[in-house]
Unconditional design. Structure first.
Lengths: 348, 365, 90
């Protein structure tokens, strides 16, 4: 049963979020009807119950949550909404789960433009559709001006883990190959160069994308050959490789020559003194794969746009357990460490 | 990337390494002054690839590392004021003062913003007339032109709500201090290529002559560094204490005259404290009297703020090249990038941080 | 210190009475003050530090020294003691 919106007046350019929009009364309903429902509707959400009643397919469930507070809210290549959908879809998919249902909780700052909120909601609906998931339940709260940075979104997601697949950061085996699905640093540098105060005019584009389609095809082909899978978000590839090495108590060696960076991303990284390996990605995969199946995996990945630059960047070794080491182009070796925190532009 | 990739060519690097190996007949101790060079050397493992008879010693060329604790404390005091927007290069945000850093000041409510250029601070001042905008003007001679222009432009436009907290230092006096210190082992210098791009290299000629050390202005990419090291070794082997430019595409003998002119319009040479080293006379820059109203130290009356270094921290010895980072008892124990005791562990240019990030507990052979 | 990256001047402008420009660094564009390179022409390369162009890169000198290095290598003046291992094999 679908409830048709009773009153749908188009959003005017100057209209903003008011405290009353979060109070549960008439204005809250109006917000739902004018901003959310025109874009997100499915049999579960349309019931407008306090909970979504779901029939889950048989199998083990995977459940994840993430909160998105990115600033700026709109950036080249996407916005906070599609990030919130794709990020949670990816967190399920890298665990070997088929993502099914998402929740979406919004904290809105009083004064946030309704038109911008609508753009974000529309993007979320489109991203969900592309990823084959449904946003089945949600919540909206409004806080006073200055109490949040325009909009924060939490998404939680549930999916069913494919039978026979066991992906875990503790499963790396010595001899495994490490695959990276494409160029590094796109998302983090898109965000950084869009911020004010850094004199940038670049249009570095975020790589924000849902990976579950490509992951599904890989697991269809070689379910047992993939030992671990992660999307290298905050902290970049460096953080992800360190987490894998530490969790599995193995060493990882990578080759500097294999790391791909888009030219404009590289230019921005050089200018700001930032290591691309420490920069967040939102549409990339790092995988530990049994060495005898690595070519099959690459062949599958390269049939996808998202995986066309997939490459082997290194391997799992029994030296230096818990540490990630890189062979430089000169033949020397250095540790790739966890970045300390926020990447800061430097002059030094 | 043009003018970068050619100087990262592994084949060319290898050839230089082989030539260095062939040219070296005895042990030489060479210092690279500049933190950017230290970073590039350690990040690319150049120190691993050089023959053992060449010892690279890492100098105090990290303006972040040598900014005195007092300046950090003064920055923190200013940043915590309600009417202030405190702006800085990103490098300074994690440098610890007595008990906190600028990041923490921000989390406690201070309006602290990271900028790429001091001119952006001026724009913030124009956009926020009711606020006081302060820029943390840290740097060696490479950054002095930028910091000078911000002040000069502020004066030209009559911007009243702008000031700078100055911590500008100069390389040649530091080199002299190192060469004069007891226990100095440095026999040759790689001069900081971008400092020389601004200042030229004529001021190193008396140093080379007086102390009998070759000084080679050198770039930052691996091939540039190896070319500079080779040249230094050749000069040492031949007993020639000269200044020979190895970064000709950017460095000329007289430097950038327009930049030097603006620097001397706005700044004058002063004594400066170097964190971990102490007072080096006439080694810094301060605002000239006619620009005193842009001096944040005067505007905010901070002269009462003092600070004392951690007793465990040996960054001074590291900065002078007397101690290798991993020889410090606190290295990787009480002192790590997460809880640094001194600035050489905080700044990514700092020798201690570079060692920690790239070498720690790791047999690099 | 002194992260200063080479880039190509794309266009000139004036802001608040200061000569400014857009510098292209491998496809990433940044604004820089050109007051210290007053003679710079569009298409020339400069090094950018803290939002300022500090020196026009002497392309001739760069080409010459690279050429010299390459000639020395080709003429066998630099004799490698051993074969250069390829990075992949390491």
């Amino acid at each position: 049963m679908t409830i048709a919106p009773v009153c749908f007046t188009p959003i005017l350019q100057h209209e903003t979020v008011q405290m009353a929009h979060g109070a549960g009364g008439r204005l809250s309903q109006s917000l739902m009807q004018r901003v959310f429902m025109p874009h997100i509707h499915n049999p579960f959400l349309d019931l407008l119950d306090d909970q979504a009643k779901l029939d889950l397919p048989p199998g083990r469930a995977a459940f994840t949550t993430d909160t998105y507070v990115v600033s700026p809210v709109f950036f080249p290549g996407g916005n906070i909404g599609e990030l919130a959908v794709n990020g949670t879809v990816n967190d399920l998919a890298v665990g070997g789960a088929k993502p099914l249902y998402l929740s979406a909780g919004f904290v809105l700052e009083e004064g946030f433009l309704l038109a911008e909120l609508e753009t974000i909601v529309k993007s979320m609906a489109e991203a969900a559709c592309r990823a084959g998931v449904m946003i089945v339940t949600g919540d909206t709260k409004v806080v006073g001006k200055g109490q949040c940075d325009r909009i924060f979104i939490n998404t939680s997601g549930i999916g069913i883990i494919r039978e026979g697949v066991n992906l875990s950061c503790r499963n790396l085996k010595v001899g495994d190959s490490i695959i990276l699905s494409g160029t590094v640093g796109d998302h983090g540098m898109a965000i950084m160069t869009s911020r004010e105060g850094l004199s940038f005019q670049s249009r570095i584009t975020s790589d924000c994308a849902a990976l579950n389609g490509m992951i599904g095809s890989i697991l269809d082909e070689v379910p047992l050959a993939i030992h671990a899978m992660r999307d290298p978000t905050r902290g970049g590839v460096a953080a992800t490789l360190n987490e894998l090495a530490v969790s599995s108590s193995v060493g990882i060696e990578i080759n500097e020559t294999t790391i791909l960076v888009k030219p404009d991303v590289r230019g921005a990284c050089e200018l700001l003194g930032i290591d691309p390996l420490h920069v967040a990605n939102e549409g990339k995969l790092v995988m530990a794969v049994a060495a005898d199946k690595v070519q099959t995996v690459l062949d599958v990945m390269r049939t996808f746009d998202l995986g066309r630059d997939a490459v082997i960047i290194g391997s799992v070794v029994d030296d230096h357990p818990g540490m990630v080491v890189m062979r430089t182009v000169y033949g020397s070796r250095r540790i790739i460490d966890l970045p300390l925190g926020e990447q800061l532009p430097r002059i030094c | 990337m043009k003018f970068i990739d050619e100087y990262r060519d592994p084949q060319l690097a290898r050839k230089f390494l082989d030539e260095i190996r062939r040219t070296t007949t005895r042990h030489w101790t060479i210092m690279e002054i500049c933190g950017g060079q230290t970073h590039s050397i350690i990040r690319n493992g150049i120190d691993q690839l050089l023959p053992e008879s060449i010892e690279l010693v890492h100098g105090p060329g990290c303006p972040v590392c040598v900014t005195p604790l007092e300046s950090i404390e003064r920055a923190l005091a200013i940043a915590s004021r309600k009417e202030v927007i405190f702006t800085s290069f990103g490098d300074m945000l994690r440098v610890p003062g007595n008990s906190k850093d600028l990041f923490m000041a921000r989390s406690e409510g201070g309006d602290v913003r990271i900028l790429f250029s001091p001119l952006d601070a001026l724009q913030i001042a124009r956009d926020n007339p009711t606020k006081e905008v302060v820029f943390f003007a840290v740097g060696f001679e490479t950054t002095a032109p930028a910091n000078a222009m911000a002040v000069w432009q502020a004066a030209r436009e009559g911007i009243k709500n702008f000031s700078v907290l100055v911590s500008q230092v100069m390389v040649p006096p530091a080199m002299r201090a190192i060469l004069l210190s007891p226990g100095n082992r440095v026999q040759g210098f790689l001069a900081a290529g971008h400092v020389c791009a601004v200042m030229g290299y004529e001021e190193y000629e008396p140093v080379a002559h007086e102390f009998n050390v070759p000084v080679v202005p050198t770039g930052f990419e691996p091939v540039d560094l190896l070319a500079g090291i080779l040249r230094t070794v050749e000069l040492l082997e031949e007993g020639r204490a000269e200044v020979v430019n190895c970064y000709g595409r950017v460095v000329s003998r007289e430097g950038n005259l327009a930049a030097k002119q603006t620097i001397s319009k706005v700044f004058e040479v002063t004594d400066r404290q170097w964190r971990g080293i102490g007072l080096i006379p006439l080694s810094g820059l301060g605002l000239r009297a006619e620009y005193a109203h842009f001096d944040a130290e005067k505007k905010f009356d901070l002269t009462h703020i003092r600070a004392a270094e951690s007793l465990l921290c040996m960054s001074g010895s590291v900065l002078q090249g007397i101690l290798k980072p991993d020889a410090c008892p606190a290295f990787s124990r009480e002192c790590t990038p997460e809880h640094p005791l001194g600035a050489t562990m905080v700044s990514s240019e700092g020798a201690c941080a570079a060692y920690y990030n790239y070498h720690r507990n790791f047999d690099v052979s | 210190m002194c992260l200063a990256i080479p880039g190509k001047l794309l266009e000139l402008s004036n802001e608040n009475g200061l000569k400014m420009g857009i510098i292209d660094v491998n496809g990433s564009k940044t604004k820089a003050c050109l007051e210290y390179v007053p003679d710079i022409q569009v298409g020339q390369y400069t090094i950018v530090h803290a939002g300022f162009a500090l020196k026009i890169i002497d392309e001739e000198e760069a080409a010459e020294s690279l050429k010299l290095w390459q000639e020395l290598i080709d003429s066998g003046a630099f004799q490698p003691d051993q074969e250069l291992p390829s990075p992949e094999s390491l």
